[in-house]
Design a protein around this ligand. Structure first.
Ligand SMILES: *Cc1c(COP(=O)(O)O)cnc(C)c1O
Length: 338
C-alpha cells in the first residue's frame, strides 16, 4: 500500500524494532528508565533547552504545556486552525480551565501581530480572562513559519509578559526545509512539543522541551492526565533511533512531495493548490472524490479525498520516489477513464 493519508501511518523499521527490543528499561514514573532519561537529555540538548519530558502523544504534550503555562481563568492566543485549538478535543478548556482566544491566520500560516495585539486583554480588569500565553505551530499545514515573523511575535509576547509555546509536531521538517538547527528554531520559545510519530517514523511518542521549572510542572500534569508510563524505554528507544537516522532523510519526503505536486499538475481533472515540505494540497471536484478514493484504494494508493474540497496528501518514510510515480499514474488513469 502507498499510504498518502498522513505521515502518522509509518511502521517501525526492522532496525528500529531491534533497538526497541534491546532497550534497557526501568520505571519511568519513578524516574529510573535509562532509555527515557537519555532521550530526554538528548532532545533537550538538541533543542537548546534545559529539560525535556517524554509523552505518549503530541496532544498530551501540548496540553500539559498549556496547563503548565496557564491556570484556571487564564487565556492563550492560538490560531483558528491550530492543532492545539481545533484538533485536540478542546482539551485546554475541558481539562485545563484555560480559555482559548482563536486568531485568524494570514495566508502564510502566521498570526498577524495586529490581531494578536488587539486580542491581548487589559491587565487587572476582572471582566477579562488573563492573557498568559501565545501558542504557534511550525510547520503549519506543511508551511515553514518564517523565523523573522517568529522573532517579531516573540518580541510582542515578551512586551506583554506572555509565555510562548510552539506546537512543533513537525518542527524537524521545518529545520530540514530551512537548513536551520533545531535549537535555532526553538530559541524564542519557552516550550516546544515535538512529535516522533509523524515523519520521523516512531510508533508512539512526543517530547516537550523547556526550562527545568516548566518541565517539573508539566511532569505533574502528565501524571494527572494519565501519561505517566512505566517501562517506556521501549518506546523512547524508537524515538532515539528516529532522531539519529530519520531526520536528515526528511529532505527526501520534501522532494517526493514536490515530485508528487509536479506530477499531479499534469493531470487534467484536479488542481494542485500548494506544496509545502511533505504536504501537497489538491482540489478534487466533489463529484469525483468518492470514486477517485475508491479507485486509488483498489490500486493500492490510499488517499482521503472523500470529504470534498481540498485534500491533503502527505509523504513520509514509507513512500518512495517510485511510489510517487505510481500514485501519479493512478490518479491520471482514473481521470482518463472518468
Ligand atoms: C499530530 C499533531 C499533533 C499531536 O498529535 P498526536 O496524534 O496526539 O500525537 C499536534 N500538532 C500537530 C500540528 C500535529 O500534526
Amino acid at each position: 500500500m502507498i499510504d498518502l493519508r498522513s505521515d502518522t501511518v509509518t511502521r517501525p523499521t526492522p532496525a528500529m524494532r531491534g533497538v526497541m527490543a534491546d532497550a534497557p528499561v526501568g520505571d519511568d514514573v519513578m524516574g529510573d528508565d535509562p532509555t527515557v532519561l537519555r532521550l530526554q537529555s538528548d532532545v533537550a540538548a538538541r533543542a537548546g533547552k534545559e529539560a525535556a519530558l517524554f509523552f505518549p502523544s503530541g496532544t498530551q504534550s501540548n496540553l500539559a504545556a498549556l496547563m503548565a503555562h496557564c491556570g484556571r481563568g487564564d487565556e492563550y492566543l492560538v490560531g483558528q486552525l491550530a492543532h492545539t485549538y481545533k484538533y485536540e478535543g478542546g482539551g485546554a478548556a475541558v481539562l485545563g480551565s484555560v480559555q482559548p482566544q482563536p486568531i485568524e491566520h494570514a495566508a502564510d500560516g502566521s498570526l498577524p501581530l495586529d490581531k494578536l495585539r488587539a486580542a491581548i486583554k487589559p491587565k487587572g480588569d476582572p471582566h477579562f480572562a488573563r492573557t498568559r500565553l501565545l501558542a504557534l505551530e511550525n510547520t503549519f499545514h506543511g508551511q515553514v513559519i518564517p523565523q523573522s515573523y517568529i522573532e517579531e511575535a516573540a518580541a510582542l509576547a515578551r512586551q506583554h509578559e506572555l509565555a510562548l509555546h510552539l506546537d512543533g509536531a513537525r518542527v524537524f521538517n521545518a529545520a530540514v526545509a530551512s537548513g536551520r538547527d533545531l535549537a535555532d528554531i526553538c530559541r524564542p520559545f519557552d516550550s516546544v512539543s515535538i512529535c516522533f510519530s509523524k515523519g520521523l517514523g516512531a510508533p508512539v511518542g512526543s517530547v516537550l522541551v523547556g526550562s527545568r521549572d516548566l518541565i517539573a510542572t508539566a511532569t505533574r500534569w502528565r501524571k494527572v492526565l494519565g501519561g505517566g508510563m512505566r517501562q517506556s524505554g521501549i518506546l523512547a528507544a524508537a524515538c532515539q533511533y528516529a532522531m539519529a537516522h530519520h531526520v536528515d532523510r526528511l529532505a527526501e519526503d520534501h522532494a517526493n512531495a514536490e515530485r508528487l505536486a509536479n506530477g499531479l499538475r499534469q493531470v487534467a481533472g484536479i488542481s494542485v493548490v500548494r506544496q509545502s515540505t511533505n504536504m501537497v494540497f489538491v482540489d478534487v471536484p466533489a463529484s469525483h472524490c468518492r470514486a477517485l478514493t475508491d479507485y486509488a484504494g483498489t490500486r493500492g494508493v490510499l488517499m482521503n479525498a472523500v470529504y470534498g474540497g481540498t485534500t491533503r496528501l502527505v509523504t513520509h518514510l514509507d513512500v518512495s520516489r517510485a511510489d510517487i510515480d505510481t500514485a501519479v499514474a493512478t490518479v491520471k488513469d482514473y481521470f482518463a477513464r472518468a
